[in-house]
Design a protein around this ligand. Structure first.
Ligand code: 6R9
Length: 652
């Protein structure tokens, strides 16, 4: 977001108080949680932890040896037990845990009893394969209930899951399997996407030719076409999920986990190197995820709750699976695209299942805007009572559109800021309490301490901007980068010292102390709410035999938030043609996954560099966005930029 846009943001003076009827019935309707947390932060989190089931209570709430935190030290619990078993002793046992709709239209409902049974069986399957506490399991599945079953089965036996988004390529999958050294991979024959089949088992076959740690591959029959599995089936290694489940015992004791035992690894992009494995642990993660789900979404026992995120992202982990189930809620899962078979699909689902709480990304909202208000207008959305957004900054117009056309001016909107690394929501309105302003994630959740600082780490005054930081440890924070603790410290706790977590985001606060998140200040691009490192795309490009050098930037995009633009220099004697541009785009998609496909490729004889050889991305961004060029005095060769500029203008 450029400065001008930002100035406009801070002049945003529309305000929306919680609707009185909503506030009157809300789980929180006054400042008591904020006050309680301000008086005794650890006591506040301990009270949240009390709502879980512990086999053994903790001895100490927090041990903070910056930058390493331990929460609920000495406590013992199990995540699957908290999400399933404890609800079997209450009327929740017969309630829908998961309502699932497949893209082609199938429906499945699993009650808590059903889900518990499936999870126990699959946990036994994994145990029989030799998977035990601390072992890693990679999950590469479409959005089907078996994805939640697989995650929960891992947690039941203390295995660490690593879910890889189904849109990632064989190579990305391979890197993640090898980094985590997974013993087992769980996949499906295929998945549906806009009526097409994604051949997931085949991608797994390609990935694991170089994965020495993998002993077994479990395959869910999602599509059922023979052709999807006729090649590359290894009888000693591969087995059908349904065959394994048939003989698996129905009961499975839970592993008593230490609060600080690892729960899962989730890979995410950073500014340098390969994606890093963000490690989350058990007690603190579940405590914050459960508490935020209850308070931020004002979750009630009778609600049908729908978070549209894929399970391959942190939002899917925390707010499709663990948060809702820990609260005994009904969570809806939809397999496919929002525009299949038509652009009314989401609203059809809301109407059909009487969805009460709906949580999605700004990029989706901007697509809905583009498709027109006629689509949601065709459906009965009166069941909705609360809306949420996550993943990127929401522009005020998109917020207003959401409020008017989806919320029908009745529903509070919670704009929730958080990250893979934070594990759970950090900055958000409480819908029964907080007056919202379109485009602002408002205030830190109770018990969370955040600030905006300048380059020296000093708090900036209200009304100005800087780096977004978290100033004290929080329960769901990442504990380390898998296999690379030095990278943990260097990435998050070096810029402002070992006690201050650096988010990688820039933000401003207004004179009422509301936070306005601007976006990444590092080399991470946020495309449709998905993080992609510039380095990853650059590595994929230079991997192509004709490419000499590449620089990649994120430029503003009306629907995706940001789009990837690549500046490429070719090897001697090669010419940049439209066909080659297409080939390079496809090359990146094949190497990383379709989400990383560049929107534009600019061929250039040279890249703008400083005299010390650093690529000046800021200038590239100016060029791609057609802006007046910033300071060029540090350039080694100013002529490079002039040439690029001409090329860009010729294209327009
Ligand atoms: C949960 C998730 C994290 C990055 C984060 C920031 C951006 C997320 C936001 C937001 C503005 C919000 N982001 N929520 N920016 N307002 N409400 O998205 O995790 O995939 O790790 O991305 O997304 O830039 O740093 P993750």
């Amino acid at each position: 977001m450029d400065t001008k846009q930002f100035e406009a943001l801070l002049q945003e003076d529309r305000r929306f108080a919680p609707p009185p009827a909503f506030a009157a019935a809300a789980n929180v309707s006054d400042n008591s949680l904020y006050e309680q947390a301000a008086r005794d932060r650890e006591g506040f989190w301990a009270a949240q932890a009390e709502r879980l089931h512990w086999f053994k209570r903790w001895d100490r709430v927090l041990e903070w040896n910056p930058p390493f935190a331990q929460w609920f030290v000495g406590g013992k619990l199990n995540v699957a037990y908290n999400c399933l078993d404890r609800h079997l002793e209450t009327p929740t046992r017969t309630k829908a845990a998961i309502i699932w709709e497949g893209e082609p239209g199938e429906e499945r409902v699993l009650t808590y009893l059903d889900l518990h049974r499936e999870v126990c069986r699959f946990a036994n399957v994994l145990r029989q394969m030799g998977v035990g506490k601390g072992d890693r399991v990679t999950i590469y599945l479409p959005m089907i209930p078996e994805a939640a079953v697989a995650m929960l089965a891992c947690t039941r036996i203390g295995a660490i899951h690593s879910v890889v988004f189904g849109g990632f390529s064989a190579e990305s999958l391979r890197d993640r399997i090898n980094d985590s050294r997974s013993k087992v991979v769980i996949t499906a024959d295929g998945g549906w996407r806009r009526g097409n089949i994604i051949r997931m088992k085949q991608i797994v076959n390609e990935a694991i030719v170089d994965c020495p740690s993998v002993e077994k591959v479990v395959v869910v029959k999602r599509i059922g076409h023979e052709s999807l599995v006729e090649h590359g089936w290894h009888p000693g290694r591969d087995a059908w999920y349904h065959t394994l489940m048939r003989n698996a015992p129905l009961t499975c004791p839970v592993e008593e986990m230490d609060a600080e035992d690892p729960l899962f690894i989730l890979y995410t992009s950073g500014s340098t190197g390969k994606p890093k494995g963000v490690l989350h642990t058990t007690g603190g993660y579940l405590t914050q995820v459960a508490a935020t789900t209850k308070y931020v979404f004002d979750l009630k026992d009778s609600d049908v709750y729908w978070c549209t995120a894929d399970i391959g992202w942190i939002t899917g982990h925390s707010y499709v699976v663990y948060g809702p189930l820990a609260n005994g809620a009904t969570t809806l899962m939809y397999e496919g695209a929002p525009d299949y078979p038509d652009r009314g699909r989401f609203w059809e689902i809301v109407e059909k299942y009487r969805v009460n709480i709906f949580y999605t990304a700004p990029t989706a909202i901007r697509s809905f805007m583009r498709w027109g208000e006629g689509w949601p207008a065709k459906y009965d959305l009166s069941s909705l009572r609360l809306l949420g957004t996550v993943g990127e900054p929401i522009n005020p117009e998109a917020w207003m559109w959401y409020h008017k056309n989806i919320g029908r001016e009745r529903c509070p909107i919670v704009d929730t800021w958080w990250q893979t690394e934070t594990g759970a929501i950090m900055c958000t309105p409480l819908p029964g309490v907080t007056e919202t302003k379109p485009g602002s994630a408002t205030r830190p959740f109770p018990g969370i301490e955040m600030a905006i600082v300048n380059e020296k780490g000093e708090k900036v005054p209200q009304g100005s901007g800087g780096y977004l930081v978290v100033t004290s440890p929080w329960p769901a924070m990442l504990r380390t980068v898998w296999g690379d603790p030095a990278r943990y410290t260097a990435t998050y706790f070096a810029k402002f010292g070992e006690s201050t977590y650096f988010t990688g985001d820039g933000a401003k606060w207004d004179d009422e102390g509301y936070f306005w998140i601007i976006g990444r200040v590092d080399d991470v691009i946020n495309v449709s709410g998905h993080r992609i490192g510039t380095m990853e795309v650059e590595s994929a490009l230079v991997d192509h035999p004709m490419v000499a050098e590449a620089a990649v930037i994120g430029r503003t995009h009306a629907v995706k938030g940001q789009a990837i633009a690549a500046f490429v220099t070719l090897k001697e004697g090669r010419r940049g043609t439209p066909d080659l541009a297409d080939e390079l785009k496809q090359h990146v998609a094949t190497k990383i996954g379709a989400l990383a496909r560049p929107e534009e490729i600019y061929f250039t004889a040279d890249l703008p560099k400083t005299r010390s050889g650093k690529i000046m991305r800021r200038l590239l961004r100016d060029i791609a966005e057609g802006r007046a060029l910033g300071d060029t005095t540090t350039l080694a060769d100013p002529a490079v930029v002039a040439q690029l500029r001409e090329q860009y203008e010729a294209k327009e």
